[in-house]
Design a protein around this ligand. Structure first.
Ligand SMILES: [Fe+2]
Ligand SMILES: [Fe+2]
Length: 300
């Protein structure tokens, strides 16, 4: 078990291996050829998500920037979206591997084996639209820390709640919104296909949790990881951080920026969606406990 834990470390789960193994790459290319719906995209536009998604023109500090700076911001945000999607799929490999090993029945093992195959396909679909390998120093999302930690440390039942229900559910919401305002129809089609698969992953997580009676350890872990996930979402601030790569803002400008883009409202809406998703699987006092700890509230 300790050896398995070592192999579920953050590097294994999320980061690119140092060396590309040419032989395996060719075998994988062959194996995936029958399953992917997209083709490697050449000449990928830098901005796949722009003003229509972020509406940064609402902010006076953004309006004052030169066009090239605005383009840099939307290019970085576009790459960050693809990088997060790619990291999520990558982590699904180790999640599935852990669940296969911890399954009690052959049916469960087979189900997770199919899910992992889908994550491998999803990762390749995204790679068809990426002309970069995400550098964790540039494209890390704080959500990935509790995700990797849960895959490594959490009990099997905890994983069902926090990864399969909460995170895969969050993934469906994220992918759906990315699909809606993506500029490239081919990538929209890829998101549509992946959302259908993620709905199965999330849905089976909801069904499986209904027959569980979690012990105190699992209840505590679900609470802690959920709190960490939501804390990570609150702290991500992709728009503000990306803007500040182009122009350092004064405190006053920062306050104005978040007000003008209605950031507080945006995050609170997201938290409300997560809350209603968790309600589907809360058969103890999870929501109550999270609320008492102000987890669902966000103020700037
Ligand atoms: Fe996936
Ligand atoms: Fe998934």
């Amino acid at each position: 078990m300790s050896d398995m834990k070592n192999r579920l470390n953050k590097e294994q789960t999320l980061l690119a291996p140092k060396l590309e193994n040419i032989k395996f790459k060719a075998l994988l290319d062959n194996a995936l050829a029958n399953y992917v719906v997209s083709e490697k995209h050449n000449n990928i536009p830098g901005i796949l998500w722009g003003e229509e998604r972020y509406q940064l023109e609402r902010a006076s500090s953004f309006r004052k920037l030169k066009q090239v700076q605005k383009d840099n911001i939307y290019t970085h945000l576009s790459r960050s979206n693809l990088a997060l999607s790619w990291y999520i799929e990558r982590s699904g490999h180790n999640y599935g591997a852990k669940m296969i090993l911890l399954s009690d029945t052959q049916e469960e093992k087979s189900l997770y084996a199919l899910f992992v195959a889908e994550e491998a396909i999803h990762q390749r679909e995204f790679e068809h639209f990426m002309d970069f390998v995400p550098d964790p120093n540039l494209y890390w999302h704080p959500l990935l820390d509790p995700l990797a930690e849960a895959i490594r440390e959490a009990e099997r039942e905890t994983c069902l709640y926090v990864i399969q229900v909460l995170l895969e559910g969050f993934g469906i919401g994220l992918y759906t919104s990315l699909k809606e305002n993506c500029r490239l129809p081919e990538l929209q089609r890829v998101y549509t296909r992946i959302i259908n698969d993620e709905a199965k992953h999330h849905g089976s997580g909801v069904i499986l949790t209904h027959s569980l009676t979690p012990n105190d350890l699992v209840k505590d872990q679900v609470f802690e990881y959920t709190r960490k996930f939501i804390q990570a979402l609150k702290s991500a601030d992709m728009m503000g951080k990306t803007l500040q790569r182009e122009k350092k803002l004064t405190n006053k400008e920062r306050t104005n920026f978040y007000e003008e883009i209605e950031y507080e409202k945006f995050i609170n809406l997201r938290l409300l969606k997560l809350r209603s998703m968790l309600q589907k699987v809360d058969n103890w006092d999870l929501i109550d406990r999270l609320e008492k700890n102000n987890v669902f509230k966000y103020t700037i």
